[in-house]
Design a protein around this ligand. Structure first.
Ligand code: 3PG
Length: 396
């Protein structure tokens, strides 16, 4: 039976055809919403989504689902705890749309400085207002704080440095030979910044990070750009800062973003002249979408051909493994079984295991991660097997 792949969001034709050429049963249903997915994904092996939510209902209703690919960077739309309970792999495509998001962040920065959207609105309303719109300060020499210096933050930094800006980063601070000045404390960083741009993922640590206290550190009249996730900012605290400190804001993400591509929207931010908003289009350039699609295909190909999951995000970062056993052995039937039975006899739990073969196929090396230590007697027993070349056992 063919492996069934459901693509539940918009995906470029070229790459759908590439999947079809791989002899997969490809279902392309870009209009599916989160409530349609439990039924639509019931029988599929691989599910590909962009921003469509993959809920616990979808995961629990699925019979064959083994891999969910987020065709993008953020995985906050996938219920990972539910996937963990069923042993379903979740993978993403990090870095593939970073340049697109960085370009938008820079675009928003210039827009805020020059008030480009207001220029356009006035023109459309039949007004010429050169006097009002000639008050921009310019970006050169301004201090930019990048909150989150991962793939996207680094691309923003490169572009801002080319503009002659003074760039500070909140975490990793090196980009191709250039050192962005590193500040670990927000209370020291934010008061220095004329412009702040957020490039963090949505996690329990980042939720509500920009709260009342953070806004209190920001300079009056400074600018804030968020092309990451709406949840990172406490919207009420932001509105207060806009009103009391004249903070100017440009967002690509908004609280209660509509699920559909076209929908009515209502937000208290619509009342505020200091807020510009784009429609979560950071990653939506043709270049970025093609790069993400190509990476999605690569993940599927690797998975089908070798079982390896590239960019596997729900692999345990910290396991209960505290000891490592490495057994080099002749690649013959029964050798590993004998090692396992020694481990089983003493009721030691294996957390992870990998057996790899040396070229020529004579010798293999098995690495076993264990919860509790093995005894000298057990190691002696393993060594007594004439097909075992060496045994090493260390605490990790
Ligand atoms: C991402 O996490 O990659 C971006 O937010 C893009 O989301 P989208 O694929 O829904 O445009």
């Amino acid at each position: 039976m063919k492996v069934q792949v459901l693509i539940a969001d918009k995906f470029p034709d070229l790459y759908i055809n590439q999947l079809k050429e791989m002899e997969l049963d490809v279902i392309y249903s870009p209009k599916l919403g989160e409530n349609d997915l439990p039924e639509a994904a019931k029988e599929v092996d691989i599910l590909v989504v962009r921003s469509t939510n993959v809920t616990a209902a979808t995961i629990n209703a699925s019979k064959n689902l083994n891999l969910i690919i987020r065709a993008g960077a953020g995985v906050n739309n996938i219920n990972i705890p539910a996937a963990n309970q069923k042993g379903i792999y979740v993978a993403n495509c990090p870095g593939m749309n970073s340049i697109a998001v960085a370009e938008l962040a820079i675009g928003l920065m210039i827009s805020l400085d020059r008030r480009i959207p207001d220029n356009v609105i006035d023109f459309r309303n039949g007004k010429w207002n050169k006097g009002e719109y000639s008050k921009a300060e310019g970006l050169m020499g301004k201090t930019l704080g990048i909150i989150g210096v991962g793939n996207i933050g680094k691309e923003v930094a490169k572009r801002a440095l080319a503009f002659g800006m003074n760039v500070y980063g909140k975490d990793i601070s090196r980009i191709e030979g250039v050192m962005i000045k590193d500040f670990s404390e927000m209370d020291q960083l934010l008061p220095l910044c004329d412009i702040i741009t957020i490039h963090l993922p949505a996690t329990s640590q980042t939720k509500g990070l920009f709260n009342k206290e953070m806004f209190s550190f920001m300079k009056p009249n400074s600018m804030l750009i968020n092309t990451a996730r709406a949840d990172i900012i406490d919207q009420d605290a932001m509105i207060e800062a806009i009103k009391t400190k004249n903070i100017r804001v440009a967002l690509d993400v908004i609280k209660n973003e509509p699920e559909n591509k076209a929908a009515d929207i209502s937000s208290p931010l619509q009342e505020l002249k200091n807020v510009y908003l784009t429609h979560h289009i950071g990653a939506s350039t043709e270049q970025a979408q093609n790069a993400v699609a190509a990476e999605t295909i690569r993940i599927i190909k690797d998975y089908i051909q070798s079982g390896v999951i590239a960019h596997w995000v729900n692999r345990a970062k910290i396991s209960d493994a505290h000891y490592q056993l490495v057994v080099k052995h002749f690649d013959k039937p029964g050798v590993l079984a004998s090692i396992m039975s020694i481990i089983r006899e003493k009721n030691v739990n294996i957390e992870e295991i990998e057996n790899i073969i040396f070229e020529g196929g004579v010798v293999a090396c098995c690495t076993i991660k264990l919860k509790t230590p093995l005894t000298t007697e057990m190691l002696k027993q393993m060594n007594e097997n004439s097909n075992v070349l060496s045994v090493s056992h260390v605490a990790i």
